[in-house]
Structure formats: C-alpha cells, structure tokens
Design a protein around this ligand. Structure first.
Ligand SMILES: [Zn+2]
Length: 260
C-alpha cells in the first residue's frame, strides 16, 4: 500500500506500510502529520489513518465501547510505531513510549544507548571501566619496567642503606605520577583518548562535543584522582548520570562518548 505524507509543507512519498511506520518511529511522521493513500477520500492525520487501517486489518480487535475520539491526544510510540493515548505513554525528550515498550526502552537507555543532543552516544560505565582498566595495565607495565631498571641499577649502590632505599621509592612514586599525568594530558589533549579509550572506541569531549584542550585534560587528571579518592564513588556516578558523567566529568565539564 503506497502512502503519501506531508513533510515540511510538501507532499512526500510514496512509501509502503513499513516505511511509513519507520518514519513514524523516527518522528518524521507525527500523530498529526497528514497522510493519504489511494482509496482515502481525504488527507487524514496519521493517527486516524493508522487506527482506521488497523481496524480494517483486524476488526475483531476494535475496541468496543472505547472508540477513540478525535479530542484524545495521541502520539506515536518511538519503539513500536503504534498509536496510543498520551495518557498511557511516558514522555522522553521529544518522543513518547507506550506502556508495552517501556521496559525495552528503559533497558536501552540503561545500556548506554542514550543519544545526546548533539547526536552522539554517551559511553556507559562498563565500557569506561574497561578503558581505565586497559590504561592501568599499560601504565602498570611501564612503571614495573622502570622500577625494575631502577632497582637493579641502584641495588648494588644502595645495599643495606634504608634511607637510600626510601629515597629511591619516593623518586619512583614521583616519576610514576609524572608519567600518569603526562600520559593522560598528552593523549587526551592530542587525540581525545588514551590508548585504553582508543581500544574501546570512546573519547573525551567537552559538553558541546568539542575536543578537550591540554589544560582541561591536565585538570581532568586531578578530577579523576578525586573520583579515585572518594572510594571510586566519583567513577561509579557515571553509571547513574543521565549523561554518564563521572565526578571528574562534572568538575571539568567533559563527556565520554563513542567515536563517530
Ligand atoms: Zn510501543
């Protein structure tokens, strides 16, 4: 069945049933968008044409005594594309979701499929955890190598001198800190992602989706330390934030999103 619909004041189409439903799901065709197909006397709002079509297809399922009135405010479910009264639907940003689809829809949101205002997808807690974990392995290996070299080369000289051993420990800690800061600042500032984040196909941007400067990347490192010193609550916050922000993202106004 070929449908025509009104798009920005212009007639568009023809599209088949499935395409029309897809358009309705995407919000291109709204409940009050005028549609027409051969056999219809006049253009009708999508919700009316749709309920007429489904009533014709399955007359047994027509709601007895519950005929939809034209004054009922109806909307297209963004999940299944069917039409329901707005009273029975939940609103999410520009779209509506029916009661049937609500669990599926909420699950999708939870899985980090939430799409930001700029069209990007925020990276959820677990993928970020994986990236941080990978970076930890990389930095751990580097630090281990440095520690080994320093220990072996200084081992003879230090001997059984406890203060010298302590001083070496202190220097190593400072070196590791400097490596950590340098790694994050350079990689995020230059590429928008550490090696771990690159492997997980995620990157850090500002709230507007712009690249993060070296200065912001530098500040973000200390924000992350704060997240770490709050027993990692700062990291876990990302799991519950609507834009998947950790404490350090709140402080530095950054977001972690999927590449592309
Ligand atoms: Zn639905």
């Amino acid at each position: 069945m070929n449908w025509f619909y009104v798009d920005a004041g212009q007639q568009a189409g023809p599209v088949d049933d499935a395409q029309l439903e897809a358009l309705a799901r995407s919000g291109k065709v709204q409940a009050d968008t005028l549609v027409w197909r051969e056999g219809m006397a006049d253009w009708q709002p999508y919700r009316q044409a749709k309920s007429a079509a489904s009533a014709a297809a399955a007359p047994a399922s027509a709601q007895a005594g519950d005929a939809p009135t034209e004054t009922t405010r109806e909307a297209v479910c963004v999940e299944c594309g069917r039409i329901f009264s707005m009273d029975d639907m939940i609103r999410h940003e520009q779209g509506y979701v029916c009661a049937n689809c609500k669990p599926v829809f909420m699950q999708k949101l939870k899985e980090g499929a939430k799409v930001g205002t700029g069209g990007w997808t925020y990276a959820g807690f677990w993928i970020r955890f994986a990236a941080v974990f990978l970076d930890g392995l990389i930095l751990g290996a580097v630090n281990f190598a440095i520690g080994m070299v320093a220990g072996l080369s200084a081992g003879q000289a230090i001997g059984a001198e406890p203060t010298a051993a302590l001083a070496l420990q202190l220097v190593l800690i400072l070196v590791q800190l400097a490596i950590g800061i340098g790694y994050e600042t350079f990689m995020i500032g230059k590429y928008g992602a550490t090696l771990g984040k690159m492997a997980c196909k995620i990157r850090v941007v500002t709230a507007d989706g712009e690249p993060v400067t070296y200065l912001r990347a530098f500040g973000r490192y200390f924000g992350k330390m704060l997240s770490y010193f709050t027993c990692s609550i700062g990291f876990i916050m990302a799991a519950f934030d609507d834009q998947k922000r950790g404490l350090h993202d709140h402080i530095c106004n950054t977001r972690v999103i999927y590449q592309n």
